[in-house]
Design a protein around this ligand. Structure first.
Ligand SMILES: Cc1ncc(C[n+]2csc(CCOP(=O)(O)OP(=O)(O)O)c2C)c(N)n1
Length: 310
């Protein structure tokens, strides 16, 4: 057992426990609106962020809680932001699906499927011009691989020689549609159309994702082009917090649950260490929720700040 394995378990568990509590918050009204959870997919942000430099900018989707936390956004501020509190992140304006923290190189979530690609291309152009040595990374879903702007960005990045990493989280579904009913070829196969490298990886292993991302980062630098990582995983919850998942075939969740990255990560640990880590994260998350609930509500008179209307 190595320290990295304890870190993987702890970091994935923190994301899982925070999201499970956030789901309760949506259900009991502590969070207004909905939330798109990454339950089952935690190994991808945890592994990828371990391989990226801490200043490498990351762009995520509405399913971006894990990425924000893996980039080091403090849980209290993160939870407060999702609860619409006056957090130091976006003052409650970002919420679950639009939060950002540039101080942690977490450039933000967005709800435009595939919308992270053009943003990341722009970020990558800026970093290349300024010769910062940083490599931006973007997470998208497999469904987003059918969006035009994803292909436009990959083509442009390849032709213009702009290095960035696109991590495709193939989680088995795009909303309520099975990925296999939607996409004719795997994402990694399509990368060849843009003459960029692609690496397929078991997205339920943080160490495998870390290794793939490390290679992707090196390839982005050596080829001076985008590089794709297709991480195969399983969404172990609904598309969003209100999704009853009636479309799932019987037994699917049980079958997919056997691949749960957390169960696997825990099985690699000494049972005493695993249990101590579990208890430590339970206490840490409970404390973070209690402290987030103490954050003040945004001031009513500031509601029109940061909007163009007045
Ligand atoms: C441009 C655009 N089209 C459609 C939608 C509606 N929509 C929201 S999520 C989603 C499915 C995306 O699936 P995928 O990219 O696989 O990501 P996942 O939700 O599985 O993480 C769709 C079609 C949207 N938000 N934006």
């Amino acid at each position: 057992m190595m320290a990295a394995e304890v870190d993987d378990y702890r970091d994935m568990l923190r994301i899982r426990l925070i999201e499970e509590e956030l789901l309760k918050c949506v259900q009991d009204g502590r969070v207004i609106g909905s939330a798109h959870l990454c339950i089952g997919q935690e190994a991808i942000p945890v592994g990828a962020c371990r391989a990226l430099k801490s200043d490498d900018p990351v762009v995520a989707t509405y399913r971006g809680h894990g990425w924000a936390l893996a980039k080091g956004v403090p849980p209290v501020q993160f939870i407060g932001e999702v609860m619409g509190r006056d957090s130091t992140l976006n003052g409650g304006r970002g919420g679950s699906a639009y939060l950002s923290s540039p101080d942690h190189a977490f450039m933000g979530e967005n709800s435009i499927v595939g919308g992270g690609l053009p943003m990341t291309l722009g970020l990558a152009m800026a970093h290349q011009r300024r010769a910062t040595g940083l490599i931006p990374a973007v997470s998208i879903g497999d469904g987003a691989m059918n969006q035009g702007n994803v292909h436009e960005s990959l083509n442009m990045g390849s032709v213009l020689g702009i290095p960035f990493i696109v991590i495709v989280e193939n989680n088995g579904y795009a909303e309520m549609t099975p990925s296999t009913d939607l996409t004719a070829t795997p994402a990694a196969v399509r990368a060849a159309a843009y003459a960029i490298e692609a690496i397929e990886v078991d997205g339920n292993s943080a160490s495998a994702v870390a290794e793939a991302t490390r290679r992707a980062r090196e390839l982005a630098i050596s080829t001076q082009r985008p590089v794709m990582v297709e991480a195969h995983t399983r969404r172990l919850g609904g598309h969003y917090s209100g999704d009853a998942q009636a479309y799932r075939p019987k037994g699917e969740l049980e079958e997919w649950g056997r691949l749960d990255p957390l169960t696997r990560a825990r099985s690699l640990l000494d049972p005493t260490v695993a249990e101590a880590t579990y208890q430590q994260v339970v206490a840490e998350v409970a404390d973070a929720f209690a402290r987030a609930a103490q954050l003040p509500a945004p001031l009513e008179e500031e509601a029109m700040k940061h909007v163009y209307a007045n």
